[in-house]
Design a protein around this ligand. Structure first.
Ligand code: SAM
Ligand code: SF4
Ligand code: SF4
Length: 365
């Protein structure tokens, strides 16, 4: 599909070109014809857990240089970027991190984002991914601020496995309380993400499935990925989707069901006895790059068009130089129309693993 844009290099200070009408950009598609539909925003690079597959303590220790306060995008700056993305076709915004509930006043940001409307006048869905540690305290205020949905990460039900995966002393019950409070507050459907790492928490697959059957919570299993440079990923540590499915189906028969929409990242299966459904995100064994319509805004204001990207487009400088929505819009369009990312599809071809990938806590998982 072609679109109406010329790709124009933009100098950092470019006050005198004509205001661009963002509406005219729809649909913005990349070199592989993928539209821009989702935006993930990392609101902090800090976290109160140290999951070994994401922020291993050896790297993210007391000496680690997290971003200083002034480097973070302010809520006004985030709102401005989000507004432009919505004008470009984004219908879903997910707040993430790091741990997004650590960002002070996150409710004020949600209130602003929840007021955004698509060019067709539809409200934008605001979702959030959290480790759940602070969720019992915050679920009500998040809902009141306009949050639509929440996804909670939980990698096991046994205290020892959970604490080993998260390298923390937080109890499983704290996270379960967060999930229950989110359900009661109407942040539905609550989803639970479980990253599966071979030899560490694979024995929790069936107990997790059993626990969340008939609960109204949608449990999703995620193949362990080689994001960032610090988790020491090896293919041998990945339990692939097929294996996860087989283990569950041995206890609870399953049948595959249709995706909710084109490009949904999780494959869907329903329990044959009507006890609900599960999802599997097979990012390693069944790459879904062909349908990837997601941009990520890092904590310090860079746009990344792939989870495995090495470079991002800086929007913080132009924002702080006072560029208009139209100018920010053109920067984003210029980046998206040149996008050719498909790392997961090419992973098996790589002779050498990529170095200098950004960390998930910074880019927004
Ligand atoms: N702190 C929040 C949380 O844990 O839900 C939000 C940020 S976290 C980076 C977002 C999601 O990425 C979590 O569900 C987490 O399990 C997942 N994740 C992090 N590192 C991963 C990896 N190496 N492979 C697969 N999923 C990963
Ligand atoms: Fe923190 Fe989430 Fe990463 Fe775990 S997965 S270390 S909770 S950001
Ligand atoms: Fe999207 Fe990159 Fe993941 Fe492929 S590897 S699905 S392009 S984020």
């Amino acid at each position: 599909m072609t679109h109406a844009f010329r790709i124009i290099p933009i100098p950092l200070v470019a006050p005198d070109y004509a205001e661009m009408d963002c509406d005219a950009a729809l649909p913005v598609t990349d070199t592989l014809h993928r539209p821009l539909h989702d935006l993930r925003i990392s609101v902090t690079d800090r976290c109160n857990l140290r999951c070994t597959y994401c922020m291993p303590r050896e790297v993210f220790d007391d000496e680690h240089a997290f971003l200083p306060r002034g480097a973070l995008l302010t809520f006004e700056e985030i709102e401005c970027v989000a507004r432009v993305f919505v004008q470009l076709g984004v219908q879903k915004i997910r707040l993430t991190g790091g741990e997004p509930l650590l960002r002070r006043g996150i409710e004020q940001l949600i209130e602003k984002l929840a007021e955004l409307q698509t060019p067709l006048g539809k409200p934008v869905q605001i979702a959030l991914t959290t480790n759940g540690v602070l969720l019992a305290k915050k679920a009500r205020s998040l809902k009141d601020a306009g949050l639509s949905r929440v996804t909670v990460s939980l990698d096991g039900l046994s205290e020892s496995t959970f604490q080993r995966m998260s390298d923390s002393t937080v109890s499983v019950q704290t996270v379960l309380n967060g999930i229950a409070t989110a359900q009661a507050a109407g942040l539905a459907p609550v989803k639970v993400n479980m990253v599966v790492k071979r030899g560490v928490n694979e024995h929790e697959i069936v107990p997790m499935a059993r626990h969340f059957r008939n609960s109204g919570v949608l449990l999703r299993f995620i193949e362990y990925m080689d994001v960032g440079n610090s988790n020491g990923w090896r293919m041998d540590d990945v339990v692939i989707a097929q294996d996860i499915l087989a283990r569950i189906a041995a206890h609870f028969p399953l049948r595959a069901i249709e995706a909710n929409y084109a490009g949904e990242v999780a494959g869907r299966w329903q329990y044959a006895d009507g006890a609900g459904e599960i999802g599997i995100i097979a990012s390693v064994s069944q790459a879904f790059c062909h349908a990837c319509s997601r941009a990520r805004l890092s904590t310090d204001g860079k746009i990344y068009t792939c989870l495995f990207a090495q470079n991002g487009l800086d929007l913080r400088s132009p924002l702080r130089l006072g560029q208009t929505d139209a100018q920010i819009c053109q920067r984003i369009v210029n980046q998206w129309v040149q996008r050719d990312d498909r790392y997961s599809q090419l992973r098996h071809l790589a002779m050498h693993p990529l170095r200098d990938k950004v960390e998930m806590s910074y880019i927004g998982g």
